[in-house]
Each structure stands twice: as structure tokens, then as C-alpha cells.
Design a binder for this molecule. Sequence first.
Ligand code: ADP
Ligand code: SF4
Ligand code: MG
Length: 331
Amino acid sequence: MADRDVVLEVNDLHTYFFNRRGVTKAVDGVSFSIREGETLGIVGESGCGKTMTALSLLRLVPKPAARIVSGEIILDGEDLVQMSNSEMRDVRGRKISMILQDPQTSLNPVFTIGNQLTEALGAHGRSGRRETWDKAVQALRNVRVAAPERRLEDYPHQMSGGMKQRVIGAIAVSASPKVIIADEPTTALDVTIQLQYLRLLKEIQAETGLAIIFITHDFGIVARMCDRVAVMYAGRIVEQADVRDLFNKPLHPYTQALMDSVPKMDRTDRLFAIDGQPPPLWDLPEGCRFAPRCGQARDICLTGYPAVTNHENNHLAACWMHHPEWNTGPE
Ligand SMILES: Nc1ncnc2c1ncn2[C@@H]1O[C@H](COP(=O)(O)OP(=O)(O)O)[C@@H](O)[C@H]1O
Ligand code: SF4
Ligand SMILES: [Mg+2]
């Protein structure tokens, strides 16, 4: 994977909410990059800033409360943070796009599939009606929808969940974006739909070579889907590595705790849950944000946020344990 080009590079991104409570640091210094054809998983408990990171990349953070305060989002050589709204409208969909998992909420029930697909295709070019229709047929064929000509006349309710997802996939990739973001749905999906969705994403990627950012709180899905993983906690990435390295040798106690919460095949009891709560993002502690929940915390952990250390194979971690002072500093 190392010889492929980096398509997206995020540097020290900060996205804050400004409201009565004060400043909520939803994304607080996030950096990562992703290569062509690569799948990056972003994983972490609910509320740690995954969706806000995704919305920042699309420049769709809720207005007026939230704002990208600083940082860079370099896509294809251009910084999205610096773009005007109209430049950004052109980039969205065409170069970076989002694919929703829930087929029930992602298509408009009152328009045919043909309407919705040609709309998506037409918005990015000036081709004639006939030509756009032909492209729509091809787009459905690309995501392996049988009898695409007939399917274009259907309304969403006439299709199965899996079929609707294929249509959503066709819309998301219709303009050949470089990067697509797949965020976990807010409501639970049934397992079949979820598996169909994962398969669809992989098929699309194999055919187009696009980079995927896959957001989930489920480590099991990360293991199946991703090449590289970023673990988020309280607005920051606390560890990132190639999937295999992360699973073989997690360096951050939070990652270890999350991995212990992956359902085991031989267990029938409830998922292991990590004790305690993440800190409020409007009142963050000075030191390591995981310290109150960490079994290995020492006094040094409270002295400041741990700097990121770089281990073998570009495996990054932000934990005091990996600093030389760990053995010499206060216990
Ligand atoms: N509409 C909102 N208004 C104020 N704060 C918000 C809003 N949405 C999200 N946040 C804050 O941003 C944090 C990160 O949210 P989010 O990115 O949605 O988390 P995740 O996707 O990881 O579950 C939340 O913990 C919350 O503090
Ligand atoms: S810095 Fe300290 S408290 Fe934070 S995860 Fe590492 S050992 Fe635990
Ligand atoms: Mg979310």
C-alpha cells in the first residue's frame, strides 16, 4: 500500500462548538492521511468526535454553532479549509462524498431511482438527457443491479433494502470521487443490511480504487474492512496504525479496553463495556484524557497531554507509557 499516492491529508484539525456552555472541542487536533485505494477506520466510543471529523472534511459542520477553527484538509493538493463555499460545493460530491448506510432514510420516497440518479449525475456535467440516462444505466450496472433500465423507473419502496443500498452506492460514486466517507448510522441496522453494505463498499473500492474512511464504534467491523485504523478518544486520535499492528500490539490502554469490548464468538453474555465516561468536551482535563478510566495511570499522566510517539511501521500512540519519563517521572 505504501507506494500509492496520498489523496487526503488532515493536519491538526480543530472543530469547535460555541454555545452557552462555552467551547466544546469536538475535534481537537486531529491528523491523519489516507492513500488511494486504502480504507481507514475511525473508531471510538460515541461522542468522541468521529462524525464531526467527517462533517469537517465535507465542510458541513452544523451552523452557526460549530466552526472549523484551525488546521488543514488537503485533498488532491488543495486545502478545503481555505476554500470558499462555492468552491466547496463543487468539491463535495465530485471529489469527496459521503455514503449513508441506512437505505431507509437515504433515498427520497417520492422520486424514482432514475430521477435521483440522473440528478446526481447531471449536477456534475452538461451532458444531454439521453446521455445522462445512459450513464445512470451504466452506474447501476457498475454496482451490479440487474435489469438497470427497468430499475430506473422504480420508486424506492419497490426495492429491497440491499438493492436500495446499491443505488445509494451508485449515487455516491457517480462523479468518481477520490474519497468517500461511510459514517455509522444513528439507528441500528439489521445484520444482513450491514453485511450487504460492507460488501458493496469493498466491491466499489476494488473497481474504482477510491479511498474510504469508515467510521464505526465496532472493532469487529474494523478488523474486516480496514487497512489502517485511527482510534479516537475525546476529540483526539490516541492511536493509529495498520490494522494488523493495532490488533497484534495495541499501544494505548484505551485501544486495549475497546478491543476487550469486541464480542467474542464463544461468549453469549453482554458486550464488555468500559467503566466510566469520557470527559466532557467543554471541560477537558489538562493531562491524558483517558486517565480517570485508565488502570495504568500514574501521576505523570496528569501533568500534560502525552506527545505522540512513532513506533515501528508508522504506529502512532499518545500515551505517557511510551515516553522515557514514564520510568523516571512521578508515579
Ligand atoms: N449539535 C451539537 N451541538 C453541540 N455539541 C455537539 C453537537 N453535535 C455534537 N456535539 C459535540 O461534539 C461531540 C462529538 O460528536 P460526534 O462527532 O457526533 O461524536 P461521534 O460521532 O464520535 O459519536 C459530542 O460529544 C458533543 O459534545
Ligand atoms: S497516558 Fe497514562 S492515563 Fe493516559 S492512557 Fe497512557 S497510561 Fe493511561
Ligand atoms: Mg457519530
